[in-house]
Design a protein around this ligand. Structure first.
Ligand code: WTA
Length: 632
């Protein structure tokens, strides 16, 4: 197993080694895995192009490391523990032996459907065990998975299927979430009607068993495809730098991009970070409440924990069903030791009152984690006192889809914790703060743009089908640096505090969203001339979405129009992108070169119209008054 740091002195030593001799440090970690062939060169990199190769020439299959290598030592230990949406339904569990067999069956089923190494496989599924099994089955045969969060709309799904030219979509019939039974396959059918010509098969898993339309030319049942498949499947030999998966994420411009992670480095880093950040010990039950549709689910529900031989829990439901005590009831029921969730969920549950958390025994919790957005001090304190009872350290983990794994975090019981601080870099992570002119901001007690100046094993390799975009977005702002898009503060002791995005990306309930994407969706409404979207502080969601919309003719019924705007966004992207506030405006403040002055829009959206700065240089200063007056 990869190194598990236990003391502050060990952390300092590991960090120093990882900086002074990164290749030796990571080679030592990599040697703890099963390789089909040893790598020739530990690292080759150039951030200019970018061209990054870890464990070059090495051959492996990540599923042999997630599954096969545990069979002898922990074959009968629970690998995946699944908690249903409805607490009255049965818990499902797979031991490592059972999971291995099931992944092999699914892998053989995919092969019999013609899927082979290098093919792209799209998943559009709720949090059922078949999603984890399917993802691993792809990795087993060298197919590249592209999981799309099942809350996205048909049109967003179609965009992603087309961009990756997927040959197959794997879905469920329905998704049972809270009190709802949400159609899933119907969304896939609608997406395919938008011209996803590459798709030859839809593999449907029967989840709730509701009525679905059936297209006999495309559709195959999951259970029929797996029926009779052998429980053995040779693991495909993959190169370290072969693609493992694509995961779409939003940026400040254009359509979401497919972030690509590769086999070797991703494996080494997710296992290493999982073991250290959560201090997982044999016998522990680890629970990450994320959805596998996001990077957190990929790295810290599926790959990291299974690589480390952990018992990882998957939860089908939502934090408030059947009531606001559900998370804590589940922690109590399964004696959870490590719990990992998002600040949005913490704030939402905090707002429901302490009685929900006080009802349950949370004494097994050793580490509690936070991810996806800044955690405010009030939520941090509540989480610490009410959930952790002051003796389960909070790991406020900062990372991104592009980083593959956690880069900044406290190590529980090893480094100190401080509210709102993601704190310290992981070994191998060389952080730098830059100013807008491209100079490094040195010393402590400073702020700047957060960059990383040396590759870590799970760094993004490319954006699918458009390498230049990867270079431009992440590697062109500062020479020889990976730029995160976040601003950060380094305190007097060298701890990092993430301030938030400095680009046009907003973070709504921990979901990353490009303001341009939401604008494009709004502009699809036939009566919209132009729109501008900004984030504003939201008590529960962290950030809410505020849309300024110019209609092309006067709007008779403003409320009805606003409803339509929200509806069109739900249709183009998904309900998670629906604006919280829509303001109908006669125009947008623009500079003389025609750029929207978002600074002003952000201030108005946050309810602060007191000091908007100098607006006299605007093309249309009069519009600012109108916007101020029309603001809610
Ligand atoms: C934000 C999620 C503050 C940040 C794993 C980043 C955070 C974006 C934290 C990536 C944190 C993530 N504190 N902000 N602990 N973790 N973020 O790609 O702005 O969905 O750039 O990855 O979330 O979001 P993504």
């Amino acid at each position: 197993m990869t190194l598990q740091i236990k003391t502050l002195a060990q952390y300092k030593e590991a960090y120093q080694n990882s900086v002074e001799n990164p290749e030796a440090f990571w080679a030592e970690q990599a040697e703890t895995f099963t390789w089909k062939k040893q790598w020739d060169k530990t690292l080759e990199w150039d951030f200019k192009t970018p061209d990054i190769k870890w464990f070059k020439g090495g051959k492996l299959n990540i599923t042999e490391n997630c599954l096969d290598r545990h069979l002898e030592t922990r074959g009968d230990q629970t690998a995946i523990l699944w908690e249903p949406n409805n607490p009255a339904n049965d818990v499902i569990s797979y031991t490592y032996k059972e999971l291995h067999a099931e992944v092999c069956r699914a892998a053989n089923a995919l092969k019999s459907l013609g899927i082979k190494k290098g093919d792209r496989v799209c998943f559009y599924m709720p949090m059922v065990t078949e999603l984890a099994i399917g993802v691993l089955a792809c990795a087993r045969i060298g197919a590249i998975h592209s999981v799309v969060f099942a809350g996205f709309s048909a049109s967003a799904l179609a965009d992603r299927i087309k961009d990756a030219t997927c040959n197959i979509v794997i879905c469920s019939d329905y998704n049972s979430r809270g009190a709802k039974n949400i159609p899933v396959k119907k969304v896939v059918d609608d997406a395919l009607a938008m011209g996803c010509d590459s798709v030859k098969t839809v593999l449907a898993h029967k989840n709730t068993g509701g009525e679905i339309a059936w297209n006999k030319d495309l559709d195959v049942w999951w259970h029929e495809a797996l029926y009779d498949q052998p429980t053995h499947c040779e693991a495909e030999e993959m190169d370290s730098e072969d693609m493992l998966f694509i995961l779409y994420t939003s940026g400040s411009t254009g359509k979401p991009k497919g972030v690509v992670h590769t086999c070797g480095g991703y494996m080494v880093y997710t296992c290493f970070s999982f073991r250290n950040v959560f201090q997982y010990q044999d016998g522990d039950v680890y629970w990450c409440t994320a959805d596998i549709g996001w990077i957190t689910g990929h790295s810290y529900i599926v790959y990291g924990p299974l690589l480390a031989g952990a018992t990882t829990m998957m939860f089908e439901g939502i934090p408030t069903y059947p009531d606001a005590g559900r998370f804590w009831e589940v922690c109590d029921k399964h004696k959870v030791n490590q719990f990992y969730t998002a600040p949005t969920a913490i704030r939402a549950l905090m707002a429901k009152g302490d009685e929900w958390v006080e009802k349950y025994d949370l004494s097994t919790l050793k580490v509690i984690g936070s991810v996806g957005e800044p955690i405010n001090e009030e939520a941090w304190n509540w989480y610490n006192e009410k959930v952790g009872k002051g003796n389960a350290p909070i790991v406020d983990t900062w990372w991104q889809t592009e980083t593959g794994g956690i880069l900044i975090t406290p190590l529980p019981g090893i480094t100190d914790t401080k509210p709102c601080y993601a704190s310290y870099p992981m070994p191998g992570v060389q952080l730098v703060l830059m100013d807008a002119d491209g100079n490094e901001v040195e010393g402590n007690g400073v702020e700047g743009l957060l960059c990383v100046k040396f590759p870590w094993p799970s760094i993004i390799r490319t954006t699918y089908g458009d390498h230049e975009r990867c270079r431009q977005v992440y590697f062109s702002s500062f020479e020889n640096m990976y730029f995160t898009g976040d601003g950060a503060r380094r305190d007097g002791d060298g701890r990092y505090r993430i301030i938030g995005r400095v680009d046009d990306v907003i973070n709504v309930s921990g979901h990353r969203m490009g303001t341009a994407e939401v604008e494009n969706a709004i502009n699809e409404h036939p009566n919209v001339v132009e729109s501008a979207v900004v984030g504003f502080p939201h008590e529960i969601k962290g950030q809410g979405i505020y849309a300024y919309v110019i209609p092309n003719q006067s709007v008779a019924d403003e409320q009805a129009f606003i409803k339509e705007i929200r509806k069109v966004v739900a249709k183009v992207i998904g309900p998670i992108a629906k604006p919280d506030e829509v303001q109908v405006v006669p125009g947008l403040p623009k500079t003389r070169s025609g750029k929207i002055m978002r600074r002003i829009l952000r201030k108005v959206a946050s309810g602060d119209v007191s000091n908007l700065g100098d607006v006299s240089t605007l093309l249309n200063p009069e519009i600012v008054e109108a916007i101020k007056e029309g603001a809610k």
